[in-house]
Design a protein around this ligand. Sequence first.
Ligand SMILES: [Fe+2]
Ligand SMILES: [Fe+2]
Length: 135
Amino acid sequence: MLGIEWRDELSLGFTVIDEQHKKLIQTMSDLNQAIINKEADKVLTGTFVNLFEYTNKHFALEEQYFEEFGYEDAEAHKAAHAYFVNMINEKFKRIYGDTHELSVELIGFLDLWLVGHIMVMDKKYEECFKKNGVK
Ligand SMILES: [Fe+2]
Ligand SMILES: [Fe+2]
């Protein structure tokens, strides 16, 4: 597991972006807790709704900045976002199947992808965003 809880290491120093990342990590953390409590089936739909809602908003914001600032890694980064959305959509299609299996798979994917994405790809735009005055 890379990081089910928020930690300062994940902070990029941008208020809104950090808040959005925190919400995503919180969604992950809630799902993890539900799995431990064997109640994942109760939160799974809500987890997907949160993921769709938060990532939609969050990716749009990052991508809007990429455009505004002519960020050099924009295409690869946007492709990574699109991959994530696609993966979540695919997993959501199985919501009426084995919810335990889906929850465990989802948490594993989120832990690897989301945390990895923040630490590697999002970290890369830190300098560019700072230079362009994002607070
Ligand atoms: Fe991000
Ligand atoms: Fe991103």
